[in-house]
Design a protein around this ligand. Structure first.
Ligand SMILES: [Cu+2]
Length: 535
């Protein structure tokens, strides 16, 4: 008999956080799930590098509207509609049905400038029925809720709470929301995506996301590759049916189809499977976004070509970091510079461990090189720990059923609906310590703010479980140099305490923090928090 999440909740104590291996459980669950599923397409049977890499179009404004912050001032107005589309992910597959913002997935890329606000009317033009499996036992997705709901969050944006895309602020087909983005922040690659409570994983899997760049003078003064030499690479993994349609896996329990994680075998780059990009033998800047539901990428070139990481979630690093592999968790961004002049006439394959991602075809001969790699990028003043007014110890909790399958994930053992417990004061700085007893790395994202990673330290989970005492098993490890900049998403690694230091700036109001594995987030690994005014 399969124990559903609901029966589990009826029988079990919520204190029974598990330490068993998440991946093993997932494989077990999949072994049961497979017979009930259509067979996924084996993408290795497809020809590789037959489609050029698409570049999402730039979002175009539809005139000006008065700013809600200052009605005497007009700001650019955009109107973006979520809608059903069909588009080819590969030359040899029929068009795939997606839900997208605009006419492509990823949706159009916003080009914004720091300090120059804009307005977006997000329109829900989707059909009334969902085409992916809703789990009505999930909080916020109960049978009485409309099947199709969207709300847009601009990940990484310092935005007022009314425009942040609170998960309960969803709208149904035929409705729209007008959101104001002040863009009072430094140059960075942000991204917009659906955030609807209880079905976020399905809406993002369906294709509802896109990139949003903020530019500023500091970055533009640097001699980095620009224009056509700066390319977004938006990664997501999917399963496809043999007919080339999106396949979202389900559990063996038809009443509760939620699965703990999805790792698709088809890695799409800007919406294409195994694309190629023709490049000149010179430097390029690649803005990489992991828009996958659950997959962590470990990207490298087939020939181990070196490259530099110059930025992370919230903008430039203090200095370029030489690498041959970059790790990027769901929600994270990596800003890379690679010099193809050392690979004239060669074909480089970007790999995710054993998976082929895409190909770069380097032209022979010589190219005009107008860029260089500065030794210093942008100063990042380190926030001293002494500046923190409060330290919060926050647990990441995973609950399993008798078959050892995860059935629920919580932050600090608290459901979404529990009263708000994290109430930082506007203008204050806090340390948040994520205590992770699980065997999964959880990418934790806080809305509104940017933060710095202090350190990660292994600890003994059982002792913490029993006595709530932290016994460390090794010294604290500072963040890697490739994540030693401003972040908005942090990998909270297994059996580790991960500490971040967060200035709460910008706005008061209700926001959320959550795990960016979307299956976790939907199944309650998300909590509201509230920035309050200083007394
Ligand atoms: Cu998680």
């Amino acid at each position: 008999m399969v124990i559903t999440r609901r029966t589990f909740l009826g029988r079990s104590s919520l204190l029974a956080a598990t330490l068993a291996s998440g991946k093993e459980r997932w494989l077990k669950a999949m072994a049961h799930a497979v017979p009930t599923m259509p067979v996924a397409l084996d993408v290795t049977t497809l020809a590789q590098f037959v489609d050029p890499l698409p570049i999402p179009e730039i979002a175009q404004s539809e005139g000006q509207r008065p700013s809600p912050a200052d009605p005497k001032r007009n700001v650019p107005f955009y109107r973006i509609q979520a809608q059903a589309i069909a588009t080819k992910v590969h030359r040899d597959l029929p068009p795939t049905r997606f839900w997208s913002f605009g006419t492509s997935t990823p949706g159009p890329t916003f080009e914004a400038r720091s300090g120059e606000p804009l307005l977006v009317e997000w329109v829900n033009g989707l059909p009334n029925d969902h085409f992916l499996p809703i789990d009505h036992t999930i909080h916020g997705a109960e049978q009485d809720k409309p099947a199709v709901r969207t709300v847009v969050h601009l990940h990484g944006a310092k935005t007022g709470p009314e425009g942040d895309g609170y998960p309960e602020d969803w709208i149904v087909p035929g409705k729209s929301s007008l959101y104001y983005y002040p863009n009072q922040q430094e140059a960075a690659m942000l991204w917009y995506h659906d955030h609807a409570l209880g079905i976020n994983r399905l809406n993002v899997y369906a294709g509802l996301f896109g990139a949003f760049f903020i530019r500023d003078g500091v970055e533009e003064a640097l001699p980095l590759p620009k224009g056509k030499y700066e390319v977004p690479l938006i990664l997501c993994d999917r399963f496809l049916t043999r007919e080339g349609q999106l396949l979202y896996l389900v559990s063996p329990d038809p009443k509760s189809p939620w699965v703990p994680e999805i790792f698709g075998n088809a890695i799409l780059v800007n919406g294409k499977l195994f694309p190629y990009l023709e490049v000149e033998p010179r430097r390029y800047r690649f803005r990489i976004l992991n828009a996958s539901n659950a997959r962590f990428y470990h990207l490298s070139f087939s020939n181990d070509a070196p490259f530099h990481q110059i930025g992370t979630d919230q903008g430039l690093l203090p200095a370029p970091v030489p690498l041959t592999e970059v790790e990027i968790a769901p929600g994270e961004r990596a800003d890379l510079v690679i010099d193809f002049s050392e690979h004239r006439g060669a074909q480089l394959v970007l790999m995710n461990q054993a998976f082929v991602v895409m190909q770069f075809r380097v032209a022979p001969g010589k190219a005009d090189e107008t860029s260089s790699l500065p030794t210093a990028l942008r100063p990042i003043p380190k926030i001293p720990e002494s500046q923190a007014a409060t330290t919060r110890l926050l647990t990441l909790d995973e609950y399993v059923n008798k078959a050892d399958n995860p059935v629920l994930l919580l932050l600090n053992a608290s459901h979404w609906k529990y009263p708000v417990t994290e109430k930082p004061v506007l203008g204050s700085t806090e340390i948040w310590s994520f205590v992770n007893p699980t065997d999964d790395s959880h990418p934790i994202h806080l809305h509104l703010v940017r933060f710095q990673i202090l350190d990660r330290q292994p600890y003994e989970p059982w002792l913490f479980q029993l006595k709530r005492e932290l016994h460390f098993l090794g010294p604290p490890k500072p963040p890697d140099s490739s994540e030693a900049g401003w972040k908005d998403t942090v990998r909270a690694n297994p059996r580790t305490v991960t500490r971040i230091i967060v200035p709460f700036e910008g706005f008061t109001g209700r926001y959320v923090w959550h795990c960016h594995i979307l299956e976790h987030e939907d199944n309650e690994m998300m909590r509201p928090y509230e920035v309050i005014a200083a007394p």
